[in-house]
Design a protein around this ligand. Structure first.
Ligand code: ATP
Length: 135
């Protein structure tokens, strides 16, 4: 029989951020946003730093991830990320400071600046601000 929910877990090297039964999930995959419903075919894909949205019962919820991987198998979706934060975990002042720092580096574009690193830092900060609803 086909299931109406799937298990959703988010783990980082230091903690389990989330473990829930949900009805749908949208992740920022490297090739674009990807939706996952119950009974989805097995997959593994890379994730960009960004916002993950999921539906729990009738409520839409979100969390920020620093990039990572999504694995879907046996009606379970697992995100493995270096960092992941729920809305209540987010320090808005810290994310704003990180965003400003990254923007400044991207404007300077001097040879010592690692652009890819600054771009990734900017994406992480913007995702955190979106999830905290304070962008
Ligand atoms: P910063 O420059 O402020 O350290 P960052 O993007 O470099 O930001 P990460 O390396 O992605 O930070 O994360 C390091 C740790 O700090 C992770 O555990 C992450 O969850 C946490 N973290 C980073 N920024 C925030 C924030 N604004 N609010 C809450 N936790 C944060």
């Amino acid at each position: 029989m086909s299931e109406k929910t799937l298990t959703f877990e988010v783990v980082t090297p230091v903690r389990k951020v989330l473990s829930k039964e949900i009805t749908s999930l949208i992740v920022p995959a490297i090739e674009g946003y990807l939706g996952v419903l119950p009974n989805h075919a097995p997959l593994i894909c890379g994730l960009e730093p960004g916002v993950v949205k999921y539906k729990e019962g009738n409520a839409y919820k979100k969390l920020a991830i620093s990039g990572g991987f999504l694995e879907v198998s046996h009606n379970k979706a697992t995100i493995i990320a270096n960092a992941a934060e729920l809305p209540e975990d987010i320090d808005v002042a810290r994310a704003k400071a990180a965003k400003e720092r990254a923007e400044k580096r991207l404007k300077q574009r001097t040879p010592d600046i690692d652009l890819a690193r600054a771009e990734a830092a900017l994406k992480r900060a913007m995702a955190r601000l979106k999830v905290a609803n304070d962008s």
